[in-house]
Design a binder for this molecule. Sequence first.
Ligand code: ZN
Length: 439
Amino acid sequence: MLNTIKYAVFTAAILHAGLATAADYAVIHAGRLLAEPGGAVVQNRTVVIKDGVVERVADGFLDGSAIGANADDTVTVHDLKNMFVMPGFIDGHVHILSESNPRGRLQRVEMSEGDLAMAGAGFARKTLMAGFTTVRDVGAGSSDAIFALRDGIAKGDVIGPRIFASGSTISVTGGHGDGTQGYRDDVAELLHQSGVCDGVGDCRKAVREQVRRGADHIKLTATAGVLSNTAAGLEQQFFEDELKAIIDSSHAMGRKVTAHAHGVNGINAALRAGVDSIEHGTYLDNESIRLFKRNGAFLVPTLLAGETVVEWAEDPESFLLPPQRAKALQVGPIMHDMARRAHEGGVKIAFGTDTGVSKHGDNAREFALLVNAGLTPMEAIRSATIMSAENLGMSNVLGTITAGKFGDIVAVDGDPLSDITELEDIDFVMKQGIAYKAP
Ligand SMILES: [Zn+2]
């Protein structure tokens, strides 16, 4: 018995020593490389990734022996000489555990935490294969599964994008983030959602509870929303003192805060209270633009969500309830103009789709919508990389292909700068040095 234990310890020590010295190299031969979106596209470069992190970008095509690897290192070379190579995309607004469907309200009381985690694993794989190597999940109902999925992916047990999770949305009782609305009282009580709060003390506690559960950031619903089953319009729901309480207690615990907001009073109140970003932003005005710039706050326009709900509302067979249909037809058509005004006004735009409303894996449809709203293809790519990384507070490791950042890399065979819809068909996906999709 004693011998067995000694042997096990000895083996572990050998393995550990082995891991410490042998490196995993991924070498990419990039025909066209956009290492820093907004900068130049360069030709014929080698990207050297060591143990998941970009080590350097070199001129020409270096082979395995020229990168400085040792004999016991593993070197994998990816030939992307005919491809356009970019940093992996970041979707700043997804709901990765679910996807809208006619049975959604029933599934809320049918699906277990395990069911949600499994569904999320499937959606996560689709998201990664579409070129999105990082996502920010902004509201997972009352489920813990989002944290399990995030951690499972980080450990390598599940294939998917790196996830930053908010946990439950912070919402007023009966508000847009209160998922219990419309159910009978006893069912609503069973569905209890931890982020629902009213008043300053309650709202501070709701934030701290998300942090305790493992939230990376905080999401609040400053106004009503399109898909909530209440005819409460689209205006402000939290009062100013509550917004301030949520935002200040999040910042005190080192969490950024993003606010779902359609109505202009809710947008401006959240910005005045110091929110870091606004999701949707439908009715933003010149005062909003001034506040965005004063705070350095980001707008995440989610044009794909607007597009999707209009498609549903125009379908006579659609499962939308009457208040949802009315709000969809009101909001969808004006979102493009909103993004155009914000962009022209100099507001920082970060890419986000509200996927989960639209289908997982279709995230890249947002690129063409941003270009329709006046961004250049380069600006649209920048919004999904450098700007999104900054919005997450992760610019130190995400957003560009430069030394010290994660080896998150995607490629297409066409030229996305002349046809942005090329990005809807990604040919190569690498996350942290591991290729998940290759031509
Ligand atoms: Zn959303």
